[in-house]
Ligand binder design. Structure first.
Ligand code: AMP
Ligand code: GLY
Length: 424
Protein backbone atom coordinates (compact mmCIF):
# COMPACT_ATOMS: atom_id res chain seq x y z
CA UNK A 1 0.00 0.00 0.00
CA UNK A 2 1.12 3.54 -0.76
CA UNK A 3 0.36 6.07 1.94
CA UNK A 4 0.57 9.87 1.78
CA UNK A 5 0.83 12.03 4.90
CA UNK A 6 0.23 15.77 4.54
CA UNK A 7 2.20 17.90 6.99
CA UNK A 8 5.75 18.13 8.23
CA UNK A 9 6.15 18.41 11.99
CA UNK A 10 6.58 16.24 15.07
CA UNK A 11 2.96 15.13 14.94
CA UNK A 12 3.36 13.87 11.38
CA UNK A 13 6.58 12.09 12.36
CA UNK A 14 4.76 10.32 15.19
CA UNK A 15 1.93 9.31 12.83
CA UNK A 16 4.42 8.00 10.26
CA UNK A 17 6.44 5.99 12.80
CA UNK A 18 3.23 4.38 14.05
CA UNK A 19 1.94 3.66 10.53
CA UNK A 20 5.23 1.94 9.68
CA UNK A 21 4.42 -0.79 12.17
CA UNK A 22 1.91 -2.08 9.59
CA UNK A 23 3.67 -4.56 7.23
CA UNK A 24 1.11 -3.98 4.43
CA UNK A 25 2.53 -0.50 3.88
CA UNK A 26 5.14 -0.41 1.13
CA UNK A 27 5.72 3.33 0.75
CA UNK A 28 4.98 6.43 2.84
CA UNK A 29 5.26 9.83 1.21
CA UNK A 30 5.28 12.92 3.43
CA UNK A 31 4.36 16.33 1.95
CA UNK A 32 6.53 18.24 2.70
CA UNK A 33 8.02 16.35 5.69
CA UNK A 34 11.33 17.49 7.21
CA UNK A 35 14.94 16.45 7.70
CA UNK A 36 14.26 13.84 10.37
CA UNK A 37 11.10 12.48 8.77
CA UNK A 38 13.22 11.70 5.68
CA UNK A 39 14.63 8.70 7.60
CA UNK A 40 11.13 7.19 7.86
CA UNK A 41 9.30 8.39 4.73
CA UNK A 42 9.99 9.80 1.30
CA UNK A 43 9.67 13.55 1.71
CA UNK A 44 8.21 15.45 -1.23
CA UNK A 45 8.74 19.22 -1.45
CA UNK A 46 5.06 20.16 -1.85
CA UNK A 47 3.65 22.67 0.61
CA UNK A 48 0.89 21.28 2.80
CA UNK A 49 -1.38 24.13 1.69
CA UNK A 50 -0.91 23.58 -2.06
CA UNK A 51 -4.06 21.49 -2.46
CA UNK A 52 -3.85 21.19 -6.26
CA UNK A 53 -0.23 20.00 -6.13
CA UNK A 54 -1.11 17.50 -3.36
CA UNK A 55 -4.00 16.15 -5.45
CA UNK A 56 -1.75 15.96 -8.51
CA UNK A 57 0.89 14.03 -6.57
CA UNK A 58 -1.68 11.62 -5.12
CA UNK A 59 -3.19 10.98 -8.54
CA UNK A 60 0.18 10.21 -10.13
CA UNK A 61 1.63 8.07 -7.32
CA UNK A 62 -1.11 5.45 -6.86
CA UNK A 63 -1.85 6.64 -3.33
CA UNK A 64 -4.10 4.10 -1.61
CA UNK A 65 -4.73 6.12 1.56
CA UNK A 66 -4.01 9.69 2.65
CA UNK A 67 -3.66 11.14 6.13
CA UNK A 68 -4.20 14.90 6.24
CA UNK A 69 -2.72 15.79 9.60
CA UNK A 70 -2.47 19.57 9.63
CA UNK A 71 -5.17 22.20 10.24
CA UNK A 72 -4.60 24.44 7.18
CA UNK A 73 -4.97 21.80 4.46
CA UNK A 74 -8.04 20.42 6.25
CA UNK A 75 -9.64 23.88 6.35
CA UNK A 76 -8.71 24.38 2.69
CA UNK A 77 -10.59 21.24 1.66
CA UNK A 78 -7.67 18.87 1.02
CA UNK A 79 -9.78 15.86 2.01
CA UNK A 80 -12.69 16.99 -0.19
CA UNK A 81 -10.29 17.29 -3.13
CA UNK A 82 -8.75 13.84 -2.54
CA UNK A 83 -12.18 12.28 -2.08
CA UNK A 84 -13.18 13.73 -5.45
CA UNK A 85 -10.30 11.70 -6.92
CA UNK A 86 -11.59 8.59 -5.14
CA UNK A 87 -8.71 8.48 -2.65
CA UNK A 88 -9.71 7.37 0.85
CA UNK A 89 -8.47 9.74 3.56
CA UNK A 90 -8.18 10.15 7.30
CA UNK A 91 -9.33 13.64 8.22
CA UNK A 92 -12.51 15.72 8.08
CA UNK A 93 -13.83 17.46 4.99
CA UNK A 94 -13.68 21.28 5.05
CA UNK A 95 -17.21 21.80 6.34
CA UNK A 96 -16.46 19.57 9.35
CA UNK A 97 -13.01 21.14 9.82
CA UNK A 98 -14.87 24.39 10.62
CA UNK A 99 -15.12 23.06 14.18
CA UNK A 100 -11.52 24.30 14.45
CA UNK A 101 -11.20 26.85 11.64
CA UNK A 102 -14.08 28.99 12.96
CA UNK A 103 -14.38 29.60 16.67
CA UNK A 104 -17.73 31.31 16.03
CA UNK A 105 -18.99 28.13 14.35
CA UNK A 106 -17.73 26.01 17.28
CA UNK A 107 -19.27 28.30 19.93
CA UNK A 108 -22.62 28.45 18.12
CA UNK A 109 -22.62 24.66 17.82
CA UNK A 110 -21.99 24.25 21.56
CA UNK A 111 -24.64 26.80 22.47
CA UNK A 112 -27.27 25.25 20.19
CA UNK A 113 -26.65 21.71 21.47
CA UNK A 114 -26.07 22.51 25.13
CA UNK A 115 -22.43 21.41 25.20
CA UNK A 116 -20.68 22.97 28.23
CA UNK A 117 -18.32 25.80 27.32
CA UNK A 118 -17.53 29.35 28.50
CA UNK A 119 -20.34 31.91 27.97
CA UNK A 120 -19.50 34.17 25.05
CA UNK A 121 -20.47 36.83 22.59
CA UNK A 122 -19.36 37.00 18.93
CA UNK A 123 -18.79 40.15 16.88
CA UNK A 124 -17.96 40.99 13.28
CA UNK A 125 -17.75 44.78 13.78
CA UNK A 126 -14.94 46.19 15.95
CA UNK A 127 -17.14 49.04 17.29
CA UNK A 128 -19.69 46.55 18.61
CA UNK A 129 -16.98 44.44 20.20
CA UNK A 130 -15.49 47.55 21.84
CA UNK A 131 -18.93 48.68 23.11
CA UNK A 132 -19.47 45.29 24.73
CA UNK A 133 -16.29 45.66 26.79
CA UNK A 134 -17.60 48.48 28.99
CA UNK A 135 -20.15 46.30 30.77
CA UNK A 136 -18.06 43.12 30.80
CA UNK A 137 -16.54 41.22 33.74
CA UNK A 138 -12.78 40.76 33.85
CA UNK A 139 -10.59 38.88 33.19
CA UNK A 140 -12.04 37.78 29.87
CA UNK A 141 -10.68 36.08 26.79
CA UNK A 142 -10.62 37.53 23.26
CA UNK A 143 -10.22 35.04 20.41
CA UNK A 144 -9.77 35.57 16.68
CA UNK A 145 -12.34 33.49 14.81
CA UNK A 146 -9.98 31.76 12.39
CA UNK A 147 -6.70 29.84 12.39
CA UNK A 148 -3.87 31.93 13.88
CA UNK A 149 -1.06 29.47 14.61
CA UNK A 150 -2.24 29.17 18.21
CA UNK A 151 -1.61 32.89 18.76
CA UNK A 152 -5.16 34.21 18.30
CA UNK A 153 -6.21 33.76 21.95
CA UNK A 154 -5.60 36.73 24.25
CA UNK A 155 -6.35 36.61 27.97
CA UNK A 156 -7.27 40.13 29.07
CA UNK A 157 -7.07 41.13 32.75
CA UNK A 158 -8.92 44.43 32.23
CA UNK A 159 -10.79 46.59 29.73
CA UNK A 160 -7.63 48.30 28.43
CA UNK A 161 -6.07 44.95 27.55
CA UNK A 162 -9.31 43.79 25.91
CA UNK A 163 -9.48 46.99 23.81
CA UNK A 164 -5.89 46.46 22.72
CA UNK A 165 -6.69 42.82 21.84
CA UNK A 166 -9.67 43.76 19.69
CA UNK A 167 -7.72 46.49 17.95
CA UNK A 168 -4.88 44.11 17.23
CA UNK A 169 -7.15 41.39 15.85
CA UNK A 170 -9.85 43.43 14.07
CA UNK A 171 -8.30 46.79 13.22
CA UNK A 172 -4.60 46.04 12.73
CA UNK A 173 -5.59 42.57 11.47
CA UNK A 174 -2.60 40.87 13.08
CA UNK A 175 -3.98 37.48 11.97
CA UNK A 176 -5.41 38.60 8.63
CA UNK A 177 -8.87 37.28 7.72
CA UNK A 178 -8.80 35.08 10.83
CA UNK A 179 -9.74 38.31 12.63
CA UNK A 180 -12.86 39.12 10.60
CA UNK A 181 -14.83 38.04 13.66
CA UNK A 182 -13.95 37.72 17.34
CA UNK A 183 -15.29 35.65 20.18
CA UNK A 184 -15.22 37.28 23.61
CA UNK A 185 -15.67 34.72 26.35
CA UNK A 186 -15.60 34.22 30.08
CA UNK A 187 -12.29 33.36 31.66
CA UNK A 188 -12.46 29.89 33.18
CA UNK A 189 -10.10 28.26 35.65
CA UNK A 190 -9.15 24.68 36.36
CA UNK A 191 -6.76 21.98 35.16
CA UNK A 192 -6.59 21.56 31.39
CA UNK A 193 -6.85 18.19 29.69
CA UNK A 194 -6.40 17.28 26.04
CA UNK A 195 -8.50 14.38 24.80
CA UNK A 196 -8.01 13.22 21.23
CA UNK A 197 -10.63 10.86 19.84
CA UNK A 198 -11.02 8.67 16.79
CA UNK A 199 -14.47 9.12 15.33
CA UNK A 200 -16.22 8.04 12.14
CA UNK A 201 -19.08 10.44 12.84
CA UNK A 202 -21.18 7.87 14.74
CA UNK A 203 -18.81 5.96 17.02
CA UNK A 204 -16.20 7.77 19.08
CA UNK A 205 -13.23 6.22 20.85
CA UNK A 206 -11.28 8.61 23.08
CA UNK A 207 -7.53 8.08 23.11
CA UNK A 208 -5.40 8.17 26.23
CA UNK A 209 -5.75 11.66 27.79
CA UNK A 210 -2.82 14.05 27.87
CA UNK A 211 -1.51 17.31 29.32
CA UNK A 212 0.16 19.99 27.23
CA UNK A 213 2.56 22.66 28.57
CA UNK A 214 1.88 25.70 26.42
CA UNK A 215 4.03 28.41 28.00
CA UNK A 216 7.66 28.81 27.00
CA UNK A 217 9.08 29.03 30.53
CA UNK A 218 9.25 26.85 33.64
CA UNK A 219 6.38 27.22 36.08
CA UNK A 220 4.03 28.13 33.19
CA UNK A 221 5.60 31.53 32.69
CA UNK A 222 6.49 33.37 29.52
CA UNK A 223 4.79 33.46 26.15
CA UNK A 224 2.38 30.91 24.74
CA UNK A 225 3.93 28.44 22.32
CA UNK A 226 2.68 25.59 20.18
CA UNK A 227 3.42 23.34 23.18
CA UNK A 228 6.73 22.72 25.01
CA UNK A 229 6.00 19.21 26.22
CA UNK A 230 3.29 16.71 27.03
CA UNK A 231 2.54 13.79 29.28
CA UNK A 232 -0.02 11.00 29.02
CA UNK A 233 -2.24 9.95 30.63
CA UNK A 234 -3.35 13.14 32.39
CA UNK A 235 -3.83 12.27 36.09
CA UNK A 236 -6.56 14.92 36.53
CA UNK A 237 -8.74 13.06 34.07
CA UNK A 238 -10.36 10.41 36.26
CA UNK A 239 -12.70 7.65 35.11
CA UNK A 240 -15.71 9.58 36.42
CA UNK A 241 -14.72 12.72 34.54
CA UNK A 242 -14.10 10.66 31.41
CA UNK A 243 -17.61 9.27 31.61
CA UNK A 244 -19.10 12.71 32.16
CA UNK A 245 -17.19 14.05 29.16
CA UNK A 246 -18.39 11.18 26.99
CA UNK A 247 -22.03 11.85 27.90
CA UNK A 248 -22.07 15.64 28.00
CA UNK A 249 -19.38 16.62 25.49
CA UNK A 250 -17.96 13.96 23.15
CA UNK A 251 -21.10 12.17 21.94
CA UNK A 252 -23.22 15.36 21.86
CA UNK A 253 -20.53 16.98 19.69
CA UNK A 254 -20.44 14.28 17.02
CA UNK A 255 -24.26 14.08 17.02
CA UNK A 256 -24.44 17.86 16.65
CA UNK A 257 -22.04 17.76 13.71
CA UNK A 258 -24.12 15.06 12.06
CA UNK A 259 -27.33 17.07 12.62
CA UNK A 260 -25.70 20.15 11.11
CA UNK A 261 -24.95 18.14 7.97
CA UNK A 262 -21.21 18.01 8.53
CA UNK A 263 -20.43 14.65 10.13
CA UNK A 264 -16.91 14.58 11.55
CA UNK A 265 -14.58 11.77 10.50
CA UNK A 266 -11.00 11.79 11.71
CA UNK A 267 -9.31 12.79 14.94
CA UNK A 268 -11.38 15.19 16.99
CA UNK A 269 -9.39 16.98 19.67
CA UNK A 270 -11.17 18.22 22.77
CA UNK A 271 -9.30 20.91 24.71
CA UNK A 272 -11.05 20.73 28.08
CA UNK A 273 -10.94 22.66 31.30
CA UNK A 274 -12.03 20.89 34.47
CA UNK A 275 -13.87 23.77 36.17
CA UNK A 276 -15.66 23.77 39.51
CA UNK A 277 -18.90 23.52 37.48
CA UNK A 278 -17.66 20.47 35.59
CA UNK A 279 -15.68 19.88 32.41
CA UNK A 280 -16.02 22.55 29.71
CA UNK A 281 -14.75 22.80 26.16
CA UNK A 282 -12.01 25.41 25.69
CA UNK A 283 -11.43 24.53 22.06
CA UNK A 284 -11.93 21.88 19.43
CA UNK A 285 -9.24 20.93 16.95
CA UNK A 286 -10.04 18.93 13.83
CA UNK A 287 -6.78 16.97 13.94
CA UNK A 288 -4.23 15.32 16.19
CA UNK A 289 -2.59 17.72 18.65
CA UNK A 290 1.08 18.59 18.49
CA UNK A 291 2.88 17.58 20.78
CA UNK A 292 0.03 15.49 22.25
CA UNK A 293 0.36 12.93 19.43
CA UNK A 294 3.98 12.34 20.44
CA UNK A 295 2.80 10.88 23.78
CA UNK A 296 -0.54 9.38 22.76
CA UNK A 297 0.40 7.29 19.72
CA UNK A 298 3.35 5.55 21.46
CA UNK A 299 0.73 4.12 23.86
CA UNK A 300 -1.55 2.83 21.08
CA UNK A 301 -1.54 -0.95 20.77
CA UNK A 302 -4.00 -1.41 17.88
CA UNK A 303 -2.70 -0.89 14.34
CA UNK A 304 -3.14 2.78 13.40
CA UNK A 305 -3.85 2.25 9.71
CA UNK A 306 -6.59 -0.25 10.58
CA UNK A 307 -8.25 2.37 12.80
CA UNK A 308 -7.87 5.10 10.19
CA UNK A 309 -9.43 2.93 7.49
CA UNK A 310 -12.33 2.04 9.82
CA UNK A 311 -12.88 5.77 10.43
CA UNK A 312 -13.00 6.44 6.69
CA UNK A 313 -15.34 3.51 5.99
CA UNK A 314 -17.53 4.35 9.01
CA UNK A 315 -16.99 0.91 10.54
CA UNK A 316 -15.25 2.02 13.72
CA UNK A 317 -17.91 0.33 15.91
CA UNK A 318 -16.67 -3.05 14.64
CA UNK A 319 -13.18 -2.40 15.93
CA UNK A 320 -11.73 -2.73 19.40
CA UNK A 321 -9.05 -0.09 20.06
CA UNK A 322 -6.47 -1.10 22.66
CA UNK A 323 -3.87 0.86 24.61
CA UNK A 324 -0.69 -0.02 26.44
CA UNK A 325 -0.66 0.59 30.17
CA UNK A 326 2.01 2.90 31.56
CA UNK A 327 2.80 6.47 30.66
CA UNK A 328 4.56 8.63 28.10
CA UNK A 329 6.33 11.99 28.20
CA UNK A 330 7.61 14.32 25.50
CA UNK A 331 10.10 17.14 26.03
CA UNK A 332 10.43 19.70 23.25
CA UNK A 333 13.88 21.03 22.36
CA UNK A 334 13.43 24.51 20.90
CA UNK A 335 15.60 27.11 19.19
CA UNK A 336 16.96 29.88 21.44
CA UNK A 337 14.55 32.83 21.34
CA UNK A 338 11.43 30.80 20.41
CA UNK A 339 8.52 31.73 20.36
CA UNK A 340 9.96 35.11 19.34
CA UNK A 341 12.70 35.50 16.71
CA UNK A 342 15.30 32.72 16.57
CA UNK A 343 18.18 31.69 14.31
CA UNK A 344 18.01 28.71 11.99
CA UNK A 345 20.61 26.48 10.38
CA UNK A 346 22.25 25.22 13.59
CA UNK A 347 23.88 21.79 13.29
CA UNK A 348 22.08 19.12 15.35
CA UNK A 349 24.04 16.36 17.09
CA UNK A 350 22.03 13.30 18.12
CA UNK A 351 23.15 10.45 20.37
CA UNK A 352 24.60 7.45 18.47
CA UNK A 353 22.01 5.15 20.03
CA UNK A 354 18.86 5.52 22.08
CA UNK A 355 17.28 3.32 24.74
CA UNK A 356 14.39 1.23 23.37
CA UNK A 357 11.78 3.27 25.20
CA UNK A 358 12.89 6.61 23.68
CA UNK A 359 11.94 8.08 20.30
CA UNK A 360 12.99 11.41 18.85
CA UNK A 361 10.30 13.04 16.72
CA UNK A 362 11.60 15.69 14.36
CA UNK A 363 9.55 18.87 14.12
CA UNK A 364 11.70 21.70 12.75
CA UNK A 365 14.81 20.52 10.95
CA UNK A 366 16.09 19.93 7.43
CA UNK A 367 18.94 18.11 5.75
CA UNK A 368 21.87 20.19 4.55
CA UNK A 369 24.59 18.21 2.75
CA UNK A 370 23.38 15.13 4.57
CA UNK A 371 23.49 16.73 8.02
CA UNK A 372 20.52 17.79 10.14
CA UNK A 373 20.22 21.51 10.85
CA UNK A 374 17.50 23.44 12.64
CA UNK A 375 14.77 25.08 10.55
CA UNK A 376 12.02 25.89 13.05
CA UNK A 377 11.22 27.04 16.58
CA UNK A 378 10.24 23.68 17.96
CA UNK A 379 13.02 21.45 16.63
CA UNK A 380 12.73 18.01 18.27
CA UNK A 381 10.30 16.19 20.54
CA UNK A 382 12.06 13.69 22.77
CA UNK A 383 9.47 11.10 23.80
CA UNK A 384 9.73 8.17 26.14
CA UNK A 385 7.38 5.55 27.48
CA UNK A 386 7.65 3.89 30.87
CA UNK A 387 5.79 1.85 33.43
CA UNK A 388 5.29 5.10 35.35
CA UNK A 389 5.29 8.76 34.39
CA UNK A 390 8.44 9.31 36.44
CA UNK A 391 10.25 6.63 34.47
CA UNK A 392 9.08 8.12 31.16
CA UNK A 393 10.15 11.62 32.20
CA UNK A 394 13.56 10.48 33.43
CA UNK A 395 14.20 8.69 30.12
CA UNK A 396 13.03 11.63 28.01
CA UNK A 397 15.17 14.15 29.92
CA UNK A 398 18.23 11.83 29.92
CA UNK A 399 17.99 11.53 26.13
CA UNK A 400 17.35 15.27 25.70
CA UNK A 401 20.60 16.00 27.55
CA UNK A 402 22.48 14.00 24.88
CA UNK A 403 21.17 16.18 22.04
CA UNK A 404 22.99 19.34 21.06
CA UNK A 405 22.53 22.36 18.84
CA UNK A 406 23.52 25.96 19.46
CA UNK A 407 20.90 27.80 21.51
CA UNK A 408 18.83 24.68 22.30
CA UNK A 409 16.52 24.95 25.28
CA UNK A 410 13.75 22.97 26.89
CA UNK A 411 11.50 23.43 29.89
CA UNK A 412 12.90 21.62 32.88
CA UNK A 413 9.53 21.01 34.55
CA UNK A 414 7.52 19.05 32.01
CA UNK A 415 5.27 16.62 33.90
CA UNK A 416 5.97 18.07 37.36
CA UNK A 417 2.35 19.08 37.95
CA UNK A 418 1.20 15.66 36.77
CA UNK A 419 3.72 13.94 39.06
CA UNK A 420 2.52 16.03 42.00
CA UNK A 421 -1.06 14.96 41.25
CA UNK A 422 -0.03 11.28 41.06
CA UNK A 423 2.48 11.09 43.88
CA UNK A 424 0.91 13.71 46.15
P1 AMP B 1 -6.62 27.82 22.46
O1 AMP B 1 -5.70 28.35 21.38
O2 AMP B 1 -8.05 28.02 22.20
O3 AMP B 1 -6.21 26.45 22.88
O4 AMP B 1 -6.29 28.67 23.75
C1 AMP B 1 -4.98 28.71 24.24
C2 AMP B 1 -5.00 28.66 25.74
O5 AMP B 1 -5.68 29.81 26.24
C3 AMP B 1 -5.76 27.47 26.31
O6 AMP B 1 -5.00 26.31 26.37
C4 AMP B 1 -6.11 28.01 27.69
O7 AMP B 1 -5.02 27.87 28.56
C5 AMP B 1 -6.33 29.48 27.44
N1 AMP B 1 -7.77 29.76 27.32
C6 AMP B 1 -8.53 29.75 26.21
N2 AMP B 1 -9.81 30.04 26.49
C7 AMP B 1 -9.88 30.24 27.83
C8 AMP B 1 -10.93 30.58 28.74
N3 AMP B 1 -12.17 30.79 28.34
N4 AMP B 1 -10.59 30.71 30.04
C9 AMP B 1 -9.33 30.52 30.47
N5 AMP B 1 -8.31 30.21 29.68
C10 AMP B 1 -8.56 30.07 28.36
N1 GLY C 1 -0.97 21.26 21.40
C1 GLY C 1 -2.10 22.00 21.00
C2 GLY C 1 -2.49 21.86 19.60
O1 GLY C 1 -2.08 20.98 18.89
O2 GLY C 1 -3.28 22.67 19.15
Amino acid sequence: MNIMVVGGGGREHAIIKKLRENPEITAIYCLPGNGGIAADAECVPIASTDIEAIAGFAGSHSIDFAVVAQDDPLALGCVDRLHALGIPCFGPEAKAARIESSKVFAKELMKKYGIPTADYAAFSAPEEALNYLAGARYPLVVKADGLALGKGVLICPDEAAARAAIEEIMTRRAFGDAGNQVVIERFLTGPEVSVLAFTDGKTLYPMVSSMDHKRAGDGDTGLNTGGMGTVAPNPCYTGDIAQECMEKIFLPTIRAMEQEGCPFRGCLYFGLMLTAEGPKVIEYNCRFGDPETQVVLPLLKTDLLTIMRAVESETLSQLHVEWHSGAAACVILASGGYPLAYEKGKTITLPASLPKNVTIYHAGDRLENGALVTSGGRVLGVSAVGETLREALDSAYAAAREIHFEGAFCRSDIGQRALAAIEG
